[in-house]
Write a protein that binds this ligand. Structure first.
Ligand code: XMP
Length: 516
């Protein structure tokens, strides 16, 4: 079965929510891709979607430089769903009139919907639904052959449709969580209206990708850098399933990992999956180079350069490779093709950017169609341990940027113990999975304390936990007091060398997630 043939296309007009539309469609088990709205029409034809979604966007359709779409899109005979700005485009194209609304509408609103419409099939709202609005323009005059299928107090045409043409448009955002049952509306569009089969499942993805990898790689060799993080772990497990022993993994243990992390990588991939795994114990070399260095950017540079040196040395020992595997995800791919223009850094090559030119290989990126939540589902299905799959993101320089000031083995060990306690308590309180990232920082500050009858003069540590969806912005996590109390007590009592714990209550911006 070709799981990619059941698909819709999302044209991006610059909305901050476009990726969310794609995620909701994927959750409905239908494949989709995002193209910038100004993509050549031939690319759209070539993609051959079964339906098209026009995203929202910050512009107004009557702005001089409003982003438009090739109008041939409306003549393809395909089902179309316009959302917000996409609705104005649909309205304008089919002969309606768009005007600035007397009131901007932003926030929750009550939609009265036509429960006979296919778009609203199966909604449990009895004709009323809370939806999320965010617009300045509205449709003043609906195109003649459309009918109203939803209205709010402020928008007489909040949803419209033409069943014969299979073209629909809605003023609100079904992709955000504030719109109740918004998922059902998007699912109705892709399945009931566009007629896509719901075959985009982790199991089908694995099967299709394994075949694709086998075909492309044949009996040639692939090299993969394993970090123990979710992306490289899932990429390696998937490639191994496809080509078995022709996959060679290199795990560079820089001595800056979390407690037990190195052992777990070896246990999972070496012992359990029986991969060809080289475990490079480079702790001493990294720590020697870092001795006396306190500047965070210098630390990053040293760690990054040494990683490349270690990785390259192992790769050369293993002989010639045709492919280098990477855990690039779909958001990295979209970022570089977005309507807003190429992003300043193309992250997909971030990890190999420093490898020497004379190492020739093609990239294998088996996860480049997936969102993070899909990667996790695929990983679980491949049998990777939950602990690896659900693990919070961890920066490449590791504890190097969490032991503030000078890095020594002793300070890394102290930090590892404290961090393990913090994480254990978050698991115990069932908070770990709702937090984007949580960790401990060892401060370059000694403070006075008293233990028993004795004065102590030891390190202070900070614990940090944030909510976020992508790491770009973050809010500090509201961890219950009793959990914080336990974390602090346990760290001070169990970790020799720490006598004070503080909780970081800064959001990003203006702070960053990491301290260095
Ligand atoms: P900041 O601290 O910039 O972090 O708010 C945002 C996200 O990126 C991670 N991070 C890094 N990841 N190399 C990496 O691979 C780095 O040097 C680095 N610095 C920060 C950070 O953990 C968070 O998830």
């Amino acid at each position: 079965m070709d799981i990619h043939s059941e698909k819709v296309l999302i044209l991006d007009f610059g909305s901050q929510y476009t990726q969310l539309i794609a995620r909701r469609v994927r959750e409905a088990r239908v494949y989709c891709e995002i193209f910038p709205c100004n993509v050549e029409f031939e690319k759209i034809e070539e993609f051959a979607p079964k339906g098209i979604i026009l995203s929202g966007g910050p512009s107004s359709v009557y702005d001089k430089d409003a982003p438009l779409v090739d109008t041939r899109v409306f003549d393809m005979g395909l089902p179309i769903l316009g959302i917000c700005y996409g609705m104005q485009l649909v309205g304008q194209n089919f002969g309606g009139v768009v005007a600035a609304s007397a009131h901007r509408e932003y926030g929750r609103s009550e939609l009265n919907y036509d429960s006979e419409s296919l778009l609203f099939k199966g909604l449990k709202g009895d004709g009323k639904l809370t939806v999320w609005m965010s617009h300045g323009d509205r449709l003043e005059k609906m195109p003649g052959d459309f009918k109203v299928i939803g209205y709010t107090d402020n928008a007489p045409v909040a949803a419209m449709g033409n069943d014969d043409k299979q073209v629909y448009a809605i003023q609100f955002h079904p992709e955000v969580v504030h719109t109740e049952q918004g998922k059902v509306i998007l699912e109705n569009f892709v399945t009931e209206i566009a007629g896509c089969l719901q075959v985009w499942t982790p199991g089908n993805f694995i099967q299709a990708e394994v075949e694709r990898l086998r075909e492309r790689i044949g009996d040639r060799k692939v090299l993969c850098g394993l970090s123990g993080g979710v992306d490289s772990s899932v990429a390696a497990a998937l490639i191994q399933k496809a080509i078995g022993d022709n996959l060679h993994c290199v795990f560079v243990d820089n001595g800056l990992l979390r407690l037990g992390e190195g052992e777990q990588v070896v246990e999972t991939f070496g012992n359990h999956f029986k991969m060809n795994l080289v475990h490079v114990d480079a702790e001493d070399r990294f720590l020697d180079l870092l001795a006396g260095v306190t500047d965070p950017e210098k630390k990053r540079k040293i760690i990054g350069n040494q990683f490349i040196r270690e990785f390259e040395a192992e790769a050369r020992k293993l002989g010639d490779f045709d492919f280098l595997a990477q855990g690039t995800l779909y958001p990295d791919v979209i970022e570089s093709v977005s309507f807003k223009g190429p992003s300043a850094t193309i992250k997909s090559h971030h990890n190999v950017g420093g490898l020497p030119d004379d190492m020739q290989f093609e990239l294998v990126e088996p996860l480049r169609e997936l969102f993070k939540d899909e990667v996790r589902e695929v990983g679980l299905q491949l049998g990777l341990p939950e602990e690896i799959i659900q693990r919070h993101p961890f920066p490449g320089p590791g504890l190097g940027v969490r032991v503030l000031g000078e890095i020594t083995k002793e300070r890394c060990d102290i930090l590892r113990k404290a961090d393990a306690i913090f994480i254990e308590e978050l698991h115990r309180a069932d908070l770990y999975n709702s937090i984007w990232q949580a960790f401990t920082v060892l401060l370059p500050v000694n403070t006075v304390g008293v233990m028993g009858d004795e004065r102590t003069y030891e390190n202070a540590a900070a614990v940090r936990a944030v909510y976020s969806t992508d790491g770009m912005t973050a809010d500090w996590a509201r961890i219950p007091e009793d959990v914080l109390a336990r974390v602090s007590n346990r760290i001070i009592n169990e970790v020799k060398g720490i006598n004070r714990v503080v909780y970081d209550i800064s959001s990003k911006p203006p702070a960053t997630i990491e301290w260095e």
